[in-house]
Design a protein around this ligand. Structure first.
Ligand SMILES: Nc1ncnc2c1ncn2[C@@H]1O[C@H](COP(=O)(O)OP(=O)(O)OP(=O)(O)O)[C@@H](O)[C@H]1O
Length: 483
């Protein structure tokens, strides 16, 4: 690979109706460099990456790769031929195809006799390289994989090579569904790729990942690049304040307080894994964390609680109404054909009824109120939910659950793609609601979020391996119980 390989974007603009997603962006990426791209939800990061990956045509501006000006015929195919790959935030695999077949979609060269076997070998080797011990069967249908496994396949597929070169890779929130250990494997791999001369754009709301991995950090705000500096010029606080996020006081004030424990038990649940000897309980006013490595039974437990609220279960008892913030936003959370307003109000239709019909005025006010409370960035709440950026869609799902009358809120790794400032607001909201008596069951892959909880159950292979009170909570204990 030529050491001078370079992507150069200048004056790129893109509007969606009245929304100016990109307002004249300049960006340079060199081979062998890892560029960290950060900014609030809706800043324009994904839109910019879609332009670079060939999935969106800009309204104006220039894209050059190695001094070759790319015109309006630039497309996904052209990007691929030039060695540009993208791992999209909203995963792009076909659920009805196997992991190997999905790999074939990216590589037309894998054809003829035995192509499935060759595709399986290609993706299998890449999964082994990036995520040793991944446990993913390459012959499995993608729809049967957990969201973390799908994210791993999507990432590994982007790095597979047949005849064309691999020069630049865009990773749009690649670790949002991965636990810390798996995210660490990926970031180590990214550094190895850099050393081989691949240029990487890493978008993440996990600022420590950016600071540990990127050489240079570019900050976007409201469709513009507002800073571009060596990563060494920032620490976490510097980065947060440059992003125009939250104040130091905001950062510090949301830590969990030990509540006076209520005697009212709302949830009792026994994981069904063989050998499990512990029971999970959650009381009124409690925030109960579910920790451990991804996909070790936490989501199954949340779903069993959700089902038990409707139907009696031998292993789970639930004494009040529940609402669920789904972890897999695309598959289980949003209604893609509906407006933002309809998506927010869905769990509260009873409260918005006038006679047999939904009162549109009440529905609008409900959505407006939550837009203001949780800062959903949208030109018009009547627009389709897919017009929101990923993080803002996630906020709409929060609004749906928190705005409902449910006394028990189940959250399945719910902060995927939510920016730092909004996360803090949501932590505060959760704590306030718990103080008013709501119960939260919160599965998270983020250590810092477990510290927001009053109590944490750690899961391994579907069983509970530790039950830690807030004052016993340390990273070491959680890791020890996770492995
Ligand atoms: N297809 C679309 N139709 C209408 N508006 C859109 C569309 N895609 C993006 N937008 C708007 O463009 C702006 C930038 O969105 P983008 O997804 O690029 O933000 P982002 O920085 O990637 O945010 P996040 O961190 O939440 O992923 C947002 O206001 C969003 O609502």
């Amino acid at each position: 690979m030529s050491p001078q390989s370079v992507i150069d974007l200048t004056g790129v603009t893109k509007s969606f109706g009245a929304v100016k997603a990109l307002a004249g962006v300049d960006l340079v990426l060199r081979s062998g460099e890892c560029l960290g791209l950060v900014g609030h939800n809706g800043a324009g990061k994904s839109t910019l990456m879609n332009v670079l990956a060939g999935t969106l045509a800009p309204d104006a501006g220039h894209l050059r790769i190695d001094d070759v000006e790319l015109d309006r015929s630039y497309s996904v195919f052209r990007a691929h031929a030039l060695g540009v790959r993208c791992v999209f935030q909203e995963l792009s695999l076909c659920g009805n195809l196997t992991v190997a077949e999905n790999t074939r979609l990216l590589h037309p060269r894998l054809r003829g006799w035995n192509w499935r076997k060759r595709a399986a070998a290609l993706i299998g080797a890449m999964l082994d390289d990036i995520f040793p011990g991944h446990g993913i069967a390459v012959g499995a249908a993608v729809a049967d994989l957990s969201i973390a496994q799908r994210q791993m396949v999507e990432i590994a597929r982007a790095f597979t090579v047949t005849d064309e070169s691999l020069r630049f890779v865009i990773l749009d929130e690649p670790t949002s569904s991965l636990d810390a250990a798996t995210a660490g494997q990926l970031l180590a791999f990214v550094r190895r790729q850099e050393a081989r001369g691949v240029g990487v754009i890493l978008i993440s709301h996990m600022l420590h990942e950016i600071l540990e991995t990127a050489d240079r950090v570019v900050i976007m705000r409201d469709g513009r690049v507002i800073a571009s500096e060596a990563a060494s010029a920032f620490d976490r606080e510097g980065l947060v304040s440059a992003m125009g996020g939250l104040s130091h006081q905001q950062e510090c004030s949301t830590k969990a307080r030990s509540p006076a424990r209520s005697s009212e038990i709302r949830v009792r649940a026994q994981p069904s894994a063989p050998g499990n000897r512990r029971e999970l309980t959650a009381r009124a006013g409690e925030i109960v964390g579910l920790g451990g490595l991804a996909a070790h039974g936490q989501t199954d437990l949340l779903l069993s609680v959700f089902r038990a609220a409707q139907r009696r279960s031998p292993t789970v008892s639930v004494s009040d109404s529940v609402a669920l913030v789904a972890g897999d936003r695309q598959r289980d959370g949003i209604f893609p054909q509906w407006s933002i307003t309809q998506n927010i109000g869905l769990r509260s239709l009873k409260a918005m009824r006038r006679g047999p019909l939904i009162d549109p005025g009440l529905e609008d006010r409900f959505a407006e109120d939550w837009r203001a409370r949780i800062g959903i960035r949208s030109a018009d709440l009547k627009d389709g939910i897919l017009s929101l950026s990923g993080g803002n869609q996630q906020k709409a799902l929060f609004a749906r659950a928190l705005g409902s009358d449910a006394r028990i809120i189940l959250m399945d790794d719910p902060m995927r793609g939510v920016d730092v400032a909004t996360k803090r607001e949501v932590y505060r909201l959760i704590r306030d609601e718990a103080d008013k008596g709501r119960t939260f069951l919160w599965y998270t892959t983020e250590m810092e979020e477990l510290y927001e909880c009053d109590r944490v159950y750690v899961f391994r292979n579907g069983a509970i391996t530790a039950d830690l009170d807030q004052d016993q909570l340390t990273e070491e204990r959680i890791l020890h119980a996770s492995f």
